[in-house]
Design a protein around this ligand. Structure first.
Ligand SMILES: Cc1ncc(COP(=O)(O)O)c(C=O)c1O
Length: 377
């Protein structure tokens, strides 16, 4: 297949010398993101302080995230991490009654489990939904919800083996049981097409560092308008007020919108980067990116099969994201050796994740897998 986005490769200087396939951890730096960060630095040097432009960047980043996932701007909160977003939602829950079960799975990023487990001190019961190499089955998703479930926190795509859950089924079951569903989209936003309205989701969060082409230190959380208004987070701060700049210490007036989940000063410099990264993604279109990444994933999996590499996670393309997780002992050492050979990939426990983005070519994916096979044999 001819690379459909080849003209964008010049925007990613690292690609001239290195094969970067680490979008599940940190994607490649693009010139627009670099320029956005420099804009912040330049304004700091020349203007000293520019709240107006800072707030424009914060607004702009939230607007780009809303566009990427098919939400309204008012339905987006801005936080420091996905862990913060989950903590903020969990902090709304009253866990003293009969609805005190918090659900997650072993395929979720550990941080999310930690947020749930930390609630045991205030009465929560934590349940891990069953999963296997094929991910979380529809039956297991259904069983996750009952009259005792307060919240389930599930990854759209697993950080470990790229298993993808059927979020519509999870959302339907959550609603039927009066529970909340928090979708962790950190491994899917920017790689898969997401439309929160079509998918019937109430809450979805992602950070900017991975497929969103940005930096760590910033996360966005979609909370559907009507749902947001029902909840008052205990984790709060001045940016969660209806007017943060009223400086009224005695009044806890929650914003009418998802901004009620904001806490302190937003991660402004990160917002410059996030806005530029997502602007680029929105310009290209997440449906085209999704289709291309599914193609790269098929090519990579076929190559891995020919090389005799063991790929973790579901076989069915409908049940997985685009990352190719190769099972390997001493993955951290192999990651370093791959880097020395000019390939940036990402190790987690016993897997090396080969995570292309739209700027990568078939050839890069194939050559990385051949190098990996050479290193492990
Ligand atoms: C799916 C997923 N969720 C959450 C996280 C953690 O995000 P944060 O550090 O923003 O809390 C990661 C990090 O790799 C992740 O892959």
């Amino acid at each position: 297949m001819i690379h459909p986005f080849s003209e964008y490769r010049a925007l990613f200087p690292i690609l001239k010398t290195t094969v970067q396939l680490s979008s599940c951890s940190q994607s490649a730096l693009s010139l627009p993101v670099k320029e956005a960060i420099e804009k912040y630095m330049t304004s700091w040097v020349s203007d000293g302080m520019d709240w107006e432009s800072w707030m424009e960047a914060v607004e702009g980043s939230c607007a780009e995230f809303a566009r990427l996932i098919g939400a309204e701007r008012d339905e987006i909160a801005i936080l420091g991490s996905v862990s913060d977003a989950a903590s903020s939602i969990v902090s709304c829950l009253d866990l003293t009654g009969s609805r005190k079960t918090l659900v997650c799975s072993e395929l979720d990023f550990p941080s999310l489990g930690h947020v749930m487990l930390a609630q045991q001190a205030r009465g929560a019961r934590v349940r891990f939904v069953e999963s296997d190499q094929q991910g979380i089955s529809l039956d297991a998703i259904k069983r996750a919800f009952d009259a005792s479930t307060a919240l389930a926190c599930l990854s759209h795509v697993s950080y470990y083996n790229a298993a993808r859950i059927n979020v519509q089924t999870a959302a339907d079951n959550a609603r039927q049981n009066g529970a909340l569903l928090f979708v962790d989209a950190y491994q899917s936003a920017g790689a898969l097409a997401i439309d929160v309205k079509e998918m019937g989701l109430d809450i979805l969060a992602s950070g900017a560092q991975k497929f969103l082409l940005g930096v760590p230190g910033i996360a966005f959380m979609y909370v559907k308008g009507a749902v947001a208004r029902q909840w008052e987070p205990r984790n709060t701060g001045w940016f969660g007020r209806s007017n943060p700049f009223s400086f009224d210490i005695r009044t806890l007036d929650f914003s009418d919108h998802a901004a009620r989940f904001n806490t302190g000063t937003p991660p402004i410099i990160c917002a410059y980067a996030a806005q530029a990264g997502m602007k680029l993604l929105n310009e290209i279109g997440s449906r085209s990116i999704d289709a291309y990444l599914q193609h790269l994933s098929l090519v990579g999996r076929e190559e891995a099969r020919l090389l005799g590499l063991a790929v973790a996670g579901p076989i069915d393309p409908g049940l997985r994201g685009s990352v190719i997780s190769v099972q390997i002992s001493e993955a951290a050492k192999v990651e370093k050796a791959m880097k020395a050979a000019g390939y940036i990939v990402s190790a987690r426990n016993d897997v090396i994740r080969v995570a292309p983005h739209f700027y990568n070519t078939e050839d890069e994916v194939v050559c990385a897998l051949r190098e990996l096979s050479k290193l492990v044999s």
